[in-house]
Design a protein around this ligand. Sequence first.
Ligand code: ZN
Length: 137
Amino acid sequence: MNIDYSICNAIKHAANGIDNSLVIYDVGCQWNLHFAECINNCSGLSLPDNTEIVAAVGKFHLSAHKLLCFARYSLNFIVGAGQVDGEILETLWAPFNKISPTARSMSQAHHQEILDDHMWNSNWKKLVGIGEWVYLE
Ligand SMILES: [Zn+2]
C-alpha cells in the first residue's frame, strides 16, 4: 500500500502531461502484478488519465530474481529506458558505511540531519560532476 501510494503521488506530481512512466523497483515484477487492481479497489489511490506504467527491476536486484524476470523486467530490454542501473539508494551504501559509526551514537534527530546532509552533498557532487559525463558538440 505505501509503495502504491508513493508511486501514484510521484506520478501525479511529476508527470506533467507525460503519459508513460517507468517504475524501477526492487520487486517490480511482483508489485506490477496487482498494482492496477489496487488502484481500482482503493479510493485513496489514483493516477492521471492515460497513464501507462512500465515496471522494471534495477540491475543490482534483478540478479536475485528468477531467470524469467530478466527478460521481462531488465532495463536492457525496455525501449526508452536508456542506460541506467535503476539503483539510487544502493549507491550511497558504501559512503554511508564511513559515517555510520559516528552517526550511530547520535540522537535520532541528529542522526537524520547527518544522513540528510550527506545525501545532499552526494547529490550536489553528482550535479556538478555531471558535466564530465555529458558530451556536447
Ligand atoms: Zn522477479
